[in-house]
Design a binder for this molecule. Structure first.
Ligand code: HEM
Length: 411
């Protein structure tokens, strides 16, 4: 679907060729708090598209509440209670769980993974470059987050392909390449108590139950083992939902950020030269993640009437915080659609910065993006796209699914 500046943000098809940036550019300019009508399955919603408004909403977390669901889908209270993670709670409830899980993802803790990430990235890149033409998403972008997810959770490598396939089915629940149960094309009510209304949720719940009941091995130093040992830790359903959240959130998002970087490199040889010439490594990961902004929005529910740009957001209304748009707001970013590897400061919103739900895996994701690209750039002379990339069909998650490249190794 061509982006004429007026695409419907409810339709997954509006995103099937990539993010409709012309539509977001227009909305930020002309109608920063716009309304999208619902359809027979989903109620209508507000769209917040400017950086300042998204930041305000993130700060006002009790008015822009996460505690009635964070996806566009409308949930009954029972569905919400069955599926919620701490991401779907407000302070002070959120605070306690976040405090439990935070230490595992703190910057210095994650920094200790640097040599492991480099070792994995090095092997992945060497293996990919054994061929001259390949799908760079499959061969590079997908591999590192998948392997790191396994190391962090403490689950065996042989389970990873299966886990990632299920994670893809959850988060890509509107894309027929990832699931047979496409949410806007069929009745998924049988799975309404499962994460993302997906049958993959049932299988991931079973896997998590096996872990809890010691029917599956889990590494003692992984996060899951630590959480299972913690007596004040998560209850069974909370643990299962947290497990699904990590499998979904810790995987595709980082993959699509690396994929965005690869896509940019494959279309702009100058970026490779820039990365080689000067040291942009400190800032490049943030710039790649800003431009990727793979979780395009999260939803909030208004808890008391709120005025914004002359509109009244009523109690009970849904509001989407379009991080993907705020991260390209021309009032904050010079040449927002350009890739500037040395952009600093880079106040993008791709990790939901500014609110209590700011991404738990942010430091890990940035380290993975940076090292994946470092290891590639070290090894190549040329890296070019030989086909147009394909994109996820989703108004929630955005990313390059396939990127066929020709890569020539450095002598
Ligand atoms: C480039 C990669 C990533 C991006 C763009 C991303 C994006 C986001 C965003 C936008 C939020 C805020 C949600 C909200 O406001 O409701 C978030 C939260 C979260 N992310 Fe990430 N994420 C990434 C990687 C990861 C990784 C690697 C993990 C874990 C291994 C992870 C785990 C989480 C969790 C658990 C939350 C919920 C935090 C809370 O509610 O307190 N993410 N992420």
């Amino acid at each position: 679907m061509d982006d004429n500046g007026h695409l419907n943000l409810l339709s997954h098809d509006s995103f099937a060729n990539g993010v409709p940036h012309k539509t977001f550019d227009r909305l930020r300019r002309e109608d920063p708090v716009s309304w999208t009508d619902g359809d027979t399955t989903v109620k209508g919603f507000w769209n917040l598209t400017r950086h300042a408004d998204i930041t305000l909403a993130n700060r006002e977390g009790l008015v822009f509440s996460s505690a009635q669901g964070i996806r566009l889908e409308d949930q009954s209270h029972e569905e919400y209670m069955a599926r919620r993670t701490f991401q779907e709670t407000d302070a002070p409830e959120h605070t306690a769980t976040r405090r439990t899980v935070n230490p595992n993802f703190a910057k210095p803790v994650v920094g200790r993974f640097e040599s492991l990430i480099r070792e994995l990235a090095s092997d992945i890149t060497d293996k990919a470059l054994q061929q001259t033409e390949f799908d760079a998403v499959d061969a590079i972008a997908k591999q590192l987050p998948m392997m790191m997810l396994g190391r962090i959770l403490g689950v065996p490598d042989e389970d990873l392909d299966w886990l990632v396939e299920k994670g893809d089915a959850l988060i890509g629940n509107s894309d027929p390449d990832f699931t047979d149960h496409v949410v806007d094309k069929m009745d998924t009510s049988a799975y309404r108590f499962m994460p993302f209304r997906s049958p993959a949720g049932v299988e991931l719940y079973d896997y998590a139950s096996d872990l809890l009941e010691n029917r599956r091995a889990v590494a003692e130093d992984g996060i899951l083992a630590k959480m299972m040992r913690d007596e004040n830790g998560l209850k069974e359903l909370e643990f299962k939902n947290f497990f699904c959240l990590l499998v979904a959130a810790g995987n595709d998002t980082t993959r699509y950020s690396i994929a965005m970087a690869l896509n940019l490199l494959a279309h702009n040889p100058d970026l490779i030269a820039q990365l080689r010439r000067c040291d942009h490594w400190e800032t490049c990961a943030d710039e790649f993640v800003r431009l990727a902004s793979p979780t395009m929005h999260f939803r909030r529910t208004i808890t008391q009437d709120f005025e914004l740009h002359g509109k009244t957001l009523k109690k009970g209304d849904k509001a989407l915080l379009w991080f993907v748009s705020g991260s390209r707001d021309e009032n904050v970013f010079e040449k927002p659609h350009d890739c500037q590897l040395d952009r600093n400061p880079n106040r993008h919103l791709a990790f939901g910065q500014g609110g209590i739900h700011v991404c738990l895996g942010m430091h890990l994701a940035k380290l993975e993006v940076r090292i994946a690209i470092e290891e590639l750039v070290k090894r190549i002379d040329r890296f070019e796209a030989i086909d147009v990339p394909t994109w996820t069909r989703s108004n929630f998650i955005c990313g390059v699914k396939k990127l066929h490249v020709r890569a020539i190794k450095a002598a």
